[in-house]
Design a protein around this ligand. Structure first.
Ligand SMILES: Cc1ncc(COP(=O)(O)O)c(C=O)c1O
Length: 390
């Protein structure tokens, strides 16, 4: 059963901390859900707690089998246990791959707008952040492949980060698009760092294809590092458990050694339990949640199109994130953020944080109770009316 009756106000969570100075403010930010982590996962954690000792544990065969089965059944990715490396987070995995598979000053291509920590991970590891702007066509992002080819030859890039489904745009890249990325990357000897953390949040009109899916073929299998966790779909981000999958034996050997050197595989006990339980028992719950999120998406998208035409939403093909274009108001990024807070008592993620291409946008998280989403829409309407009156 989906449970949206959660109150996170008093917790030290990132999302609701903004209400400290304005308790009227409604945050619709950060990519976790105001939907309870499923009960069967909380019960599995409780059973561990009931054993009264939280000492060292190690991932069991059952744990690896759960990942392997899930990835095969849901994403057509055939994996062996030895191709998996455990991580506390996707960020740690990206950093590990960047540091051990590329050299200082190498270029890492990132499609922009992008999840903000990508930039920090690249720059703080002394690599060149090669920003590759996505192009808008009919209100959705597309990839300019000729330009990608050009950027790969000009920048001496050694890797490209491919986020699918895309945060913040919500795009689900098609198989053809993924194949073209792989072909161009192959031609330039560029590794593909595939961040698929959002791919279990999938709607009936669009199913993400994994870069390591069997249908993607040998070339992709050889040059892809897959990064994944159960955290977005099952709301487990605080439990710090993720994994990386590599099929190329040389890349695998390098990353195994790197993971041993940096002890990344020592992940959180409760994270292991939650991830295994999610993948073993979570299919039905996930179907329900995805159905709920899909209705939320449809509601918000249609509401905005009908009632606030000056805000232009991108249609989220995946993720619980909606990317909203506010450019018609002619406000600066700072003004936009301030006026949403002052006039609408609404806090969204400023698009400018996702790169220059995000200027004029805001990101809204719709993984909330429907009534909260309705409230957010009404606040946007209040903002719209107040700004237009001035
Ligand atoms: C695309 C993407 N990658 C990675 C992460 C973070 O994952 P982790 O907490 O495992 O580092 C997020 C979180 O919002 C995300 O949206």
């Amino acid at each position: 059963m989906i449970d949206t009756n959660v109150n996170r106000r008093q917790d030290h969570n990132v999302k609701w901390s903004v209400t400290k100075n304005d308790d009227q403010l409604l945050p619709m930010t950060i990519a976790d859900m105001d939907i309870a982590t499923p009960q069967f996962i909380r019960e599995a954690i409780q059973r561990v707690l009931d054993k009264k000792v939280l000492g060292y544990i190690m991932p069991s065969t059952g744990f690896y089998d759960a990942i392997i089965h899930w990835q095969k059944e849901r994403h057509d990715v055939s994996l062996k246990r030895e191709q998996l490396i455990m991580l506390p987070s996707i960020a740690v995995g990206l950093s590990l791959a960047i540091r051990h598979l590329t050299q200082v000053n190498d270029g890492i291509i990132v499609m922009s707008p992008c999840y903000p920590p990508y930039r920090q991970l690249v720059i703080n590891n002394q690599r060149q952040f090669v920003e590759f702007p996505l192009v808008q066509r009919e209100g959705q992002y597309v990839i300019d492949f000729d330009r990608l080819d050009q950027v790969m030859s000009d920048s001496q890039a050694k890797a490209i980060v491919v986020c699918n489904p895309h945060n913040p745009g919500g795009c689900v890249w098609t198989t053809t698009e993924l194949q073209r990325i792989q072909d161009i990357a192959n031609a330039h000897h560029v590794l593909v760092l595939a961040d698929e953390i959002h791919d279990d949040v999938a709607f009936s009109d669009n199913r993400p294809v994994s870069m390591l899916s069997d249908l993607m073929g040998e070339e992709a299998a050889n040059q892809t590092i897959l990064l994944k966790s159960a955290t977005k779909a099952f709301n487990l981000a605080g439990l710090k458990c993720a994994f990386l999958a590599v099929k190329n034996p040389q890349l695998l050997a390098t990353l195994k050694q790197a993971a041993a050197a940096e002890a990344t595989e020592e992940v959180n006990t409760l994270g292991l339990v939650a991830t295994r339980t999610a993948y073993e028992q979570g299919a039905q719950w996930l179907t329900e949640v995805n159905g709920y999120l899909e209705e939320n998406r449809n509601f918000a998208y249609e509401y905005l199109r009908e009632n606030i035409p000056m805000i232009r939403p991108m249609y989220p093909e995946g993720t619980y994130l909606m990317w909203l274009d506010f450019m018609a108001y002619g406000l600066t990024d700072d003004e936009l953020d301030a006026k949403l807070r002052e006039l609408g008592h609404l806090c969204l993620n400023p698009g400018i944080d996702y790169g220059k291409t995000g200027s004029g946008f805001m990101r809204l998280n719709f993984a909330v109770d429907r009534s909260v989403l309705e409230d957010a829409m009404h606040r946007l309407k209040t903002f719209d009316q107040a700004v237009r009156k001035k």
